[in-house]
Write a protein that binds this ligand. Structure first.
Ligand SMILES: Nc1ncnc2c1ncn2[C@@H]1O[C@H](COP(=O)(O)OP(=O)(O)OP(=O)(O)O)[C@@H](O)[C@H]1O
Ligand SMILES: [Mg+2]
Length: 454
């Protein structure tokens, strides 16, 4: 996700752009004029600035140097009316301007300019990283463990093809990141990369999101809307949380994948689409197929190649690498200069189980850097979810669920409840459930029998 700032006195115009880039998962902020800009606290955190050339009473070109000073890392895109020739006028200031886009512009045009701005920025960051000794990375994906190297190899192989790839792995293991990398390395990298979170929307909305709709298709459809299959034409469509699709939507999706065509809701016109499909889930699709919640035929369409992202605790050697990487990122974010970790802190962090994987590490370091007085992070600065060396949650004194009631408790009932919770959370994956409960798979399967849990 990137951060975009728009300066424009025409709020309507802004609304349109905002919707457009929100769909693509970028954060878009707005300032009506340059005074409003002054009040934005983190002006220098933006990746792209889109500024309208014709804001009344303002001479953009004389303001450019000042803007650039405030936002040194930001790419500036100027929207200019096509009836006046501003190219010449802006010539002197051109070293500040990333691109001129003429109005009225096309969504696609602006999209490509913004995408290019993000790419340039990423390249610059990667170069900086590379020059730092010992940084093993692949795109933005950090790691050097055997498990991860195997993933890089697989990504290399699939990127140059159009096959569907299913990304599996626990939450926070980097499925999103790998999906982006596959797109960037693919022959479609110049085309759009469109992500849809299948869990975020109810069935009807998700369908209009995917396929679009015609004006009047249903109450409230006051204008025609292009769906993401159309947006993604010529590029990549990433279906995130794909296990959460309803059976009805699964059937519709299957048809698009088989026939490469679809209709907008409320339209008879069949449209062709050329997209490469990536999908991801942290659920156990095999057991969902067995229980009738996921279509087997769709599964085979999505899963031509599987890439399984290992949990962080399975990545021998990556933890310390990632700790240094995120320490640096958090320092930049928080404008701090923490040098490293105390021996106790590093020991705690390397022994920790990281149930939330890389995302948890990223957040943990943000908090630690924020709390730390420096020069290094101490064990007290760490606020870990399961704060114990072996990684299991200590039983908090005031935890309602585990408190022994005055009249006593049936231990067997408590055990039954915890096991069913673990099984539900892992969609019936016994290996992961056993891990959550801190017992072996054998013991778990024994207990499942005793408690008659299916
Ligand atoms: N190997 C890595 N190197 C650097 N950053 C990483 C790595 N893996 C993940 N991250 C970062 O960790 C965060 C979580 O990753 P991501 O969103 O890709 O996880 P996910 O598997 O899609 O999780 P979820 O199932 O919850 O959607 C992101 O900010 C991502 O950039
Ligand atoms: Mg994700």
């Amino acid at each position: 996700m990137g951060k975009i700032l728009i300066i424009d006195n025409n709020e309507e115009n802004y609304d349109h752009i905002r919707q457009f880039f929100n769909v693509l998962d970028h954060q878009v902020d707005y300032a009506a004029n340059f005074l409003a800009l002054e009040s934005l606290v983190e002006v220098d955190s933006y990746d792209v600035l889109i500024v309208d050339y014709s804001i009344p009473d303002i001479d953009i070109k004389s303001l450019l140097p000042d803007l650039k000073r405030k936002m040194p890392e930001c790419a500036i895109i100027v929207l200019c009316p096509n009836n006046i020739d501003v190219t010449h006028e802006l010539d002197q200031a051109s070293s500040y301007v990333f691109r001129l886009v003429q109005k009225p512009y096309y969504d696609a045009e602006l999209y490509f300019q913004v995408k290019r701005a993000f790419e340039n920025k990423r390249k610059a960051i990667n170069q900086e990283e590379m020059s730092e000794r010992g940084m093993a990375y692949y795109g933005k994906f950090i790691g050097q463990s055997a498990a991860v190297t195997e993933i890089f190899r697989k990504v290399e192989r699939v990127s140059r093809t159009d096959v569907s790839v299913l990304l599996l792995g626990e939450t926070g293991t980097g499925k999103d990141l790998i999906a982006q990398i596959i797109h960037e390395k693919s022959l479609r990298s110049e085309g759009p990369y469109v992500k849809v979170n299948c869990a975020a929307l109810p069935e009807q909305l998700l369908e209009s999101e995917l396929f679009g709709y015609e004006r009047g298709a249903f109450t409230g459809a006051d204008r025609t809307r292009v769906g993401r299959f159309e947006y993604a034409d010529g590029g990549t469509l990433f279906l995130d949380e794909v296990a959460d699709l309803s059976l009805v939507t699964q059937a519709k999706l299957l048809r698009v994948l088989q026939q490469k065509e679809f209709e907008r809701l409320g339209s008879n016109e069949t449209k062709k689409t050329d997209v490469r499909i990536l999908s991801a889930t942290n659920k156990n699709l095999t057991s969902m197929i067995a229980s009738g919640h996921f279509r087997e035929d769709l599964f085979y369409r999505l899963n031509v190649i599987t890439i399984r992202l290992p949990a962080l605790r399975e990545r021998e050697g990556d933890v310390s690498l990632l700790l240094m990487y995120f320490l640096k990122l958090s320092n930049t974010k928080m404008k701090k200069k923490i040098k490293g970790f105390s021996p106790e802190a590093i020991q705690r962090l390397t022994n920790y189980r990281w149930p939330g994987n890389i995302r948890e590490m990223e957040n943990t370091l943000d908090r630690a850097v924020l709390l730390s007085d420096g020069p290094v992070i101490q064990i007290n600065d760490l606020d870990l979810l399961f704060d114990q060396a072996d990684g299991f949650a200590p039983i908090p004194a005031d935890n309602e669920y585990i408190k022994l009631p005055p009249e006593g408790i049936k231990l067997k009932d408590a055990e039954y409840r915890l096991i069913t919770q673990a099984m539900t959370r892992t969609s019936g994956n016994q290996k992961s459930a056993a891990k959550l409960l801190g017992i072996s798979e054998r013991v778990l399967s024994y207990k499942l029998k005793i408690h008659e849990i299916r």
